[in-house]
Design a protein. Structure first.
Length: 634
């Protein structure tokens, strides 16, 4: 037998290094990860390490060399299988595996017969390190010895592993602030956390949702249903069906706040096209309309529009509850014979859209792969709005009609960078570069919208469509209050901050002649019933928390995701009550009844989502399927 001079824990080091290198190689060979700078490269490199240190480090607890070696080989094999499964999945879906897809068999329908085709002979190399470890153990006898590890040494080892994890998270936080709470892109998670930590994180998120769902009691729906029914708003007879049968085009205007509308910046009009619509005979312009999003930002606004429910308080519902049952606006329109789709030139896994859109019954997602992004056509977060609209209209021209297309713009996104040729007005002059650029970027979006309308006309799609546009959420956060105060010429109190959450909302119905400014206090949650009624679709049975803005019964009451609210008379923000007219602080007593109502409404929405309660609701009949709930419970 060969003499073995290898230090006792060599096999541990070899396993870590081999898996680490393999993972890093797989990053570059099997996944198409966009690496934009050196820092991202560094994060990518160290990202698998912390997990590997932990998982292989458990081998330090073993006393027999045989058991220890077996543990290391099995761990290595399992990690290899996880990595390989992701690589094969990626060949199909350009996405990483998330727990729910393993249970969504429909996804694998596509896989079936062609699965074999996506397995290559060269995939053997995925298992190189497994073979290598076995050789090291069996023939080189590297793992034959073991010595009891002192608990102080072990502790030092795990402290080191933890330090690597925190270094990793710290760098990721610098590179992608709020990665774990906000930026829910699977690709970003994998890039920043490594594939193994990503799976742990995914399991955590999914099991939390799963547990809440399992604990939910279908009878909770009784109270929610009573609330929804008692707040029902009857459609306005004159408006109902006004746009019957037309195509529905919904545009999400990235980060557009209402303060730029009909306003100028150092003498430059910021949104000339939208300003013209505020006075247009075919356009309803809602000037007291609020976004209601939380951490899920754009995705929250999508969620609110599709479901007329609130997003969640603690994260992006698109990410945490993509497996729920929903009754979306798309579903109602599918039933009416519409071809439903979303157009957004970004990575499809961003905000978990690819999964969520299935849950929302959206028939087709035109993601970045449906667009040709030529040299010079991208800036900031991706494809510029003008070419995006242009190619989207080309897609629309090919669609069966009527269609429902929801378009999500991207250029007017923080940090609001623009190419020189797209800067149609000069920047503002405050101490906030963000605000300074915001005006230019909003000006560009306005230009893009104008060309969008022209494209629609040129393709003959304009007259038979209704175009709905809304700002998705704020673009200028409270960090820029000083600059905002300079621009608006007044101090930004909590009252002003709340009023700054107004986003423009337009409903443009070509050749209708009924347009006007609507000053009702309303919010994104009202979009769905308002629009469906215009298309002549009843919503009386929908489990929704919004109401048709044109209805006599519509209440001037908008709830923010944090529990603040606005009515036509009051504003509740920063724990204080204000007179909506004057902005003066008033006795909290005036706000109290609404504070409760706001909490109640958010609570009902959370209950529906966390308990996945719509699985107990029959949309056709409006019946609660409580018996089914009880059956499921048993
Ligand atoms: C990403 C885009 C922007 O695809 O929708 O997301 P946001 O950061 O605004 O939520
Ligand atoms: Mn957005």
């Amino acid at each position: 037998m060969k003499k073995n001079n290898w230090p006792t824990h060599s096999i541990l080091v070899i396993a870590i290094v081999a898996t680490w290198i393999k993972t890093y190689v797989v990053y570059h060979t099997s996944f198409d990860l966009k690496i934009e700078n050196m820092m991202q490269q560094v994060i990518l490199f160290i990202s698998p390490l912390s997990f590997l240190l932990f998982v292989y480090g458990l081998s330090l607890f073993f006393k027999s060399p045989k058991a220890r070696n077996r543990y290391i080989v099995i761990t290595n094999a399992v990690l290899t299988i996880i990595l390989y499964a992701n690589a094969v999945f990626y060949r199909f879906f350009t996405d990483f595996i998330t727990l729910p897809v393993l249970f969504q068999t429909s996804n694998f329908g596509d896989l079936g017969s062609s699965a074999m085709e996506s397995i290559y002979f060269t995939d053997i190399f995925f298992f190189t390190d497994v073979v290598f470890l076995i050789i090291a153990l069996k023939w080189l006898k590297i793992g034959d010895k073991i010595s009891v590890v002192k608990s102080t040494t072990r502790r030092a080892y795990f402290v080191f592993a933890a330090a690597v994890l925190f270094l990793n998270l710290g760098l990721a936080e610098i590179e992608r602030p709020q990665l774990l709470t906000r930026s829910f892109d699977r690709e970003m998670l994998v890039k920043n956390l490594g594939p193994y930590n990503y799976h742990l994180y995914d399991i955590y998120i999914q099991s939390k949702s799963h547990a809440q769902r399992a604990l939910a009691d279908g009878s909770e729906l009784v109270e929610v249903n009573n609330y929804v029914r008692s707040n029902q708003a009857e459609p306005n007879a004159e408006m109902f069906g006004l746009a019957d049968g037309r195509n529905l085009i919904v545009v999400s205007m990235e980060s557009l706040q209402n303060f730029v509308i009909n306003n100028d910046m150092n003498g430059y009009e910021v949104t000339p096209f939208l300003n013209s619509l505020t006075k247009d005979k075919d356009t309803f312009y809602f000037s007291n309309f609020y976004h209601q999003t939380g951490l899920g930002k754009t995705s929250d606004s999508e969620f609110i529009v599709e479901n007329s429910l609130y997003g969640l308080g603690g994260g992006a519902v698109f990410f945490t509850h993509g497996g729920n049952k929903f009754h979306s606006m798309a579903e109602s329109l599918n039933e009416k014979g519409y071809y439903t789709n979303v157009m957004h030139p970004n990575n499809k896994s961003f905000w978990n859209r690819d999964m969520m859109y299935q849950a929302l019954s959206i028939q087709k997602f035109y993601d970045v792969n449906s667009y040709v992004v030529n040299e010079g056509d991208a800036v900031n977060w991706g494809m510029k709005d003008i070419p995006f609209f242009e190619q989207s209209v080309d897609h629309m021209a090919q669609m069966p009609q009527p269609f429902y297309s929801r378009l999500i713009t991207l250029t007017n996104h923080h940090p609001f960078d623009l190419d020189e040729e797209d800067q149609l007005i000069p920047p503002y002059n405050s101490n906030s570069r963000t605000l300074n650029k915001y005006f230019q970027s909003a000006r560009y979006m306005d230009e893009a919208l104008k060309s969008f309308f022209e494209d629609l006309k040129a393709q003959g799609l304009y007259d038979n469509s209704i175009i709905v546009m809304y700002g998705d959420h704020y673009g200028i956060s409270e960090n820029h209050n000083a600059a905002m105060a300079q621009y608006l010429g007044k101090e930004i109190t909590p009252y002003e901050s709340a009023k700054l959450q107004r986003v423009p909302f337009f409903v443009h119905i070509p050749n209708s002649g009924v347009g006007k400014e609507v000053t009702e206090t309303a919010g994104q949650i009202d979009i769905r019933p308002t629009v469906l009624h215009l298309l002549g679709i009843e919503t009386a049975k929908d489990m929704q928390l919004g109401a048709d803005v044109f209805s006599e019964d519509h209440e001037d009451f908008v709830v923010f995701r944090n529990g603040d609210f606005v009515t036509d008379k009051l504003v509740f923000a920063g724990n204080a009550c204000y007179d909506n007219e004057t902005g003066l602080q008033i006795d909290i007593g005036s706000c109290e009844p609404y504070i409760e109502r706001a909490a109640q409404e958010l609570g009902y929405s959370d209950q529906i989502i966390n308990g996945d309660l719509l699985r107990f609701y029959d949309l056709k009949t409006g019946n609660l399927l409580i018996d089914e709930a009880e059956k499921e419970e048993q």
